[in-house]
Design a binder for this molecule. Structure first.
Ligand SMILES: [Zn+2]
Ligand SMILES: [Zn+2]
Length: 460
């Protein structure tokens, strides 16, 4: 299997399998000799990890483990906070509840990755299936004399408290760092054999500068694994897919969920060292441990992954925003940091800030009631997501796509053709590509994790 030789179009036609309108499956290029039938979707039931694992065993004879590699609990500043004394039930996003619910939908490994904190792991300690993790925030200065920066997020796994302390120092958490700082962080993870990923590339942080293609390209080069994210529009995820396949990097699918929803976007991979596609007789339910997770991650690095992914759609986003952010935030017993969560839709964000900052509401009760009522109306929110948010995100992703394509072509890595994503349609590909795409240099994969060259190898 040659990964790097594939250009974007070939990668899509070979490894991209639509599963309905909004969901798709991506097959890693590291499987030798497995043939995925086009009707594979019929085997996958409700697309929960449990059903998908059963279906893939049935039609491909694969024993796979599942994990959502990016998951938040109530220890993240931008999730809903509950007061159990008022709600009379344990918080739905407590680290324990998130672990239990994830295992119940069929996840084998549950990395809890809160923003710049390991509090969930301090609370839980070692638990069956739980994998230590954190989502690090890096503010990388633009070096153009301005105060502009890129906000980059990266998940690190299997780390302990001491290693996390080191990481905080390296990335200068809360303050500005440089590309050198980012490099030091990646090298540290490499030295310590800590798997890490580049999260939602192309996303613009709340106060960060517009994403710059050159910088995104450089950042993608630094990491071994890039992430497809449920909260990004398809065009954005396709940009990551294009970067991954032209740079010869594996990708993972994640939910990045901040609410009690489970098993929408996730990654499947086998555990165990043997190179056979099938692990008949291999039982993995007994060892959802760090060792198992490292093996799972190694197989992702070898390209032996299957992704079940769902892009951001107005329907999904409206449900999440209304049911799990706005409505509970306005209910007694629940609270939300007014500066924490934001949807990226200025209208919704300003209204929420207005309502959450309690002081104002006593002065203009009628206005507050109107704002509350419109916020809780799914159709109003859905419309504003469609018109204000999705359009903005699609425009941003399109611009980024053009920039990334130009860089990839200039570097003669591969001739990449233009991709055009229509609303509610699968990507259609236009333009001309040369057949002899030049193989990219294999990226240095983490030597401590896998033998170099196993993931991408050029055939003479
Ligand atoms: Zn993030
Ligand atoms: Zn996140």
């Amino acid at each position: 299997m040659v990964y790097g030789r594939l250009n974007f179009r070939q990668a899509v036609s070979k490894y991209f399998i639509p599963l309905g309108r909004e969901r798709y499956m991506i097959v890693g290029p590291g499987w030798n000799g497995i043939h995925v039938p086009t009707d594979v979707g019929d085997y996958l039931g409700d697309f929960s990890p449990r059903a998908v694992k059963r279906g893939l065993k049935m039609c491909l004879d694969l024993d796979l483990c599942a994990a959502d590699l990016h998951r938040h609990t109530c220890k993240s500043f931008d999730t809903l906070q509950e007061d159990p004394k008022i709600t009379k039930r344990p918080p739905v996003l407590s680290p324990r509840a998130v672990l239990a619910k994830s295992l119940r939908v069929g996840m084998d490994f549950v990395p809890e990755t809160d923003h710049d904190t390991m509090a969930a792991h301090e609370e839980l300690g070692r638990q069956e299936g739980l994998i230590t993790g954190v989502e690090n925030t890096l503010k990388i200065e633009r070096n153009n004399g301005s105060k502009e920066y890129d906000e980059i997020h990266s998940c690190t796994y299997c780390l302990d408290a001491g290693q996390y302390k080191e990481i905080r120092k390296i990335i200068n958490v809360g303050e500005m760092t440089s590309m050198k700082g980012l490099e030091r962080y990646v090298r540290f993870c490499e030295q310590e054999s800590l798997p890490c990923t580049a999260n939602h590339l192309g996303w613009k942080g709340r106060y960060a500068a517009e994403p710059n293609p050159q910088r995104i390209y450089e950042i993608a080069q630094l990491f071994d694994v890039l992430e497809l994210n449920l909260h990004r529009v398809r065009m954005n995820n396709m940009n990551v897919f294009m970067l991954a396949y032209t740079l010869g990097k594996p990708i993972v699918a994640v939910g990045d969920l901040h609410c009690p929803i489970y098993g929408i976007s996730y990654t499947l991979a086998p555990i165990g060292e043997d190179d056979q596609a099938s692990h008949s007789g291999f039982t993995h339910s007994c060892c959802p441990s760090i060792e198992g997770f490292i093996s799972f991650f190694k197989n992702i690095l070898k390209g032996k992954f299957i992704l079940i992914h769902h892009d951001l759609t107005p329907t999904y986003f409206a449900k999440e925003v209304v049911d799990y952010y706005i409505s509970p935030s306005l209910t007694p017993g629940y609270s939300q940091d007014p500066n924490g969560r934001y949807t990226g839709i200025t209208l919704v964000d300003l209204s929420m800030k207005y309502v959450l900052n309690g002081g104002i509401k006593d002065r203009f009760p009628i206005l507050t009631r109107c704002v509350k009522r419109s916020l809780q109306n799914v159709n109003v929110v859905k419309k504003s997501i469609e018109t204000l948010y999705m359009r903005k995100e699609n425009r941003r992703a399109m611009k980024l796509h053009a920039g990334l394509r130009a860089i990839i072509e200039e570097k003669s890595i591969s001739s990449v053709e233009s991709v055009e994503v229509q609303r509610e349609a699968y990507p259609s590909f236009v333009g001309q590509i040369g057949d002899s795409s030049i193989l990219p240099e294999p990226m240095s994969l983490r030597q401590s994790l896998i033998n170099p060259g196993q993931f991408i190898h050029s055939e003479p």
